[in-house]
Design a protein around this ligand. Structure first.
Ligand SMILES: Nc1nc2c(c(=O)[nH]1)N[C@@H](CN(C=O)c1ccc(C(=O)N[C@@H](CCC(=O)O)C(=O)O)cc1)CN2
Length: 310
C-alpha cells in the first residue's frame, strides 16, 4: 500500500514557490466519495489529505440523514515540496479508507477532461451552446465526436474540427444504428453521451448499457409535459413559465434522475413558436450545467434522485 511521505520539518529557508495569484503551487486533484452515513467521515477524508500535505481548495458535503447516506467532494492541491504519487497512487492510498467506510470513491487529476460524445437531430441550439462552451473550456469536457440522424449539423461540427457521424435511423434500422453508436463510444473512449435534442428513443438495452453515462435535455420542466412536443402541450395548458430539464437517460422516457432544471417566464401572448424560442435558452442553461457538474464529479446518483455538490 502506498504510504504518505514522513512529515518533514520545514527547510530552514524554504525555496520561494511561484504561487500564481496566491494559489498553492502543486498538482491538483478531485476526490469524491459516497458511503453509508456515520460520524467522523469528513475527518477520515481531511485526515488523509493532511497526511499527504494537501491544501483544500473546495470541500462540499451532504449528510442525507433521511436515507443514511454521506456524500463528499473535495478539490485539493498537493504541496510541491512533498511527494506526488499521482492520481493512481492516491487512489491506492485511499482505497483502504474507502473500504473501511464501505464507500464508492474516485480520485482524478483536476485537469482531466471527460471525453464526451454529443447526439443531435434537427435543432442545433443546444449542440451549438455546448461546442462553444467546450471550446472555452467551461465544461470540464472534451467533445470527441458528434453523432446525428440528420446531416444538418455537419458543417457546424466540422468547423470546430470535431468528427461528425451521420447515422440515419428508422424503426427497422434502429438496432444497427445503436450498434454503430456503441462502436463510436468504444472507438473514441467516450465517458459521457449527451443527447442535445436528439429525438430518437434509446432502446431499453442501450439505456441500460449507458446508464449513468447518458444525459438528455427534455424541453419542459419535468414532470410536466413528458414525451413529444412539450411546448405545444404547454401552450394548450396556458402556462406562464416554460422550462427545461437535464436528466440521465433511462428506459422510461423522460423519467431518468434529474440533474439540472431552468425556467423562463412567458405570458398569454406567446404562441407555440414563441414558447419554443423562449425555451431555447433554458435548454442550453440546464444542459450545460448538467454536463459541467457531471464532468466535474459533482453529481451523485442516489436511487432515483441526484445529489449535486456544486
Ligand atoms: N430511453 C430514452 N431515450 C430517450 C430519452 C429518454 O428519456 N429515454 N429522451 C429522449 C428525448 N426526448 C425528450 O426529451 C424525446 C425524444 C423523442 C420522443 C418521441 O416520441 N419521438 C418519436 C418516436 C421516435 C422513436 O420511436 O425513437 C415520436 O415523436 O413519436 C419523445 C421524447 C431521447 N431518447
Amino acid at each position: 500500500m502506498t504510504q504518505p511521505p514522513p512529515a518533514q520539518s520545514a527547510p530552514a529557508q524554504p525555496e520561494p514557490t511561484p504561487a500564481a495569484a496566491g494559489l498553492p503551487d502543486g498538482s491538483a486533484y478531485v476526490l469524491h466519495i459516497d458511503c453509508p452515513e456515520r460520524p467522523g467521515l469528513a475527518h477520515l477524508v481531511t485526515g488523509f489529505l493532511q497526511d499527504w500535505h494537501a491544501d483544500i481548495l473546495e470541500l462540499k458535503q451532504f449528510d442525507d440523514f433521511r436515507a443514511g447516506r454521506f456524500f463528499l467532494r473535495v478539490h485539493f492541491v498537493l504541496d510541491r515540496q512533498h511527494e506526488d504519487p499521482g492520481a493512481e497512487g492516491l487512489r491506492a492510498a485511499f482505497a483502504p479508507l474507502a473500504e473501511q467506510c464501505d464507500g464508492t470513491f474516485d480520485i482524478r487529476a483536476a485537469s482531466a477532461r471527460r471525453r464526451v460524445l454529443i447526439m443531435v437531430s434537427k435543432f442545433p441550439h443546444a449542440l451549438n451552446d455546448l461546442l462553444f462552451r467546450a471550446r472555452n473550456d467551461e465544461l470540464g469536457a472534451e467533445i470527441v465526436a458528434v453523432v446525428s440522424n440528420h446531416p444538418d449539423a455537419q458543417q457546424l461540427v466540422e468547423w470546430h474540427k470535431i468528427p461528425f457521424f451521420h447515422v440515419p435511423i428508422t424503426r427497422d434500422t434502429k438496432p444497427a444504428a445503436e450498434a454503430r453508436l456503441l462502436e463510436l463510444v468504444e472507438q473514441f473512449d467516450v465517458e459521457l453521451v449527451v443527447l442535445a435534442r436528439y429525438m430518437q428513443i434509446f432502446s431499453d438495452e442501450l439505456s441500460r448499457t449507458l446508464s449513468g453515462r447518458a444525459i438528455n435535455i427534455h424541453h419542459s420542466f419535468l414532470p410536466s409535459f413528458k414525451g413529444a412536443k412539450p411546448y405545444h402541450q404547454a401552450y394548450d395548458r396556458g402556462v406562464k413559465t416554460v422550462g427545461a430539464t437535464a436528466h440521465y437517460v433511462s428506459s422510461d422516457l423522460d423519467e431518468g434522475p434529474i440533474i439540472a432544471q431552468s425556467v423562463q417566464e412567458v405570458d398569454h401572448s406567446f404562441g407555440p413558436e414563441e414558447l419554443v424560442a423562449a425555451g431555447r435558452d433554458t435548454e442550453c442553461k440546464a444542459l450545460s450545467n448538467a454536463v459541467r457538474w457531471h464532468c466535474e464529479d459533482r453529481v451523485f446518483l442516489h436511487g432515483h434522485r441526484t445529489v449535486i455538490l456544486r
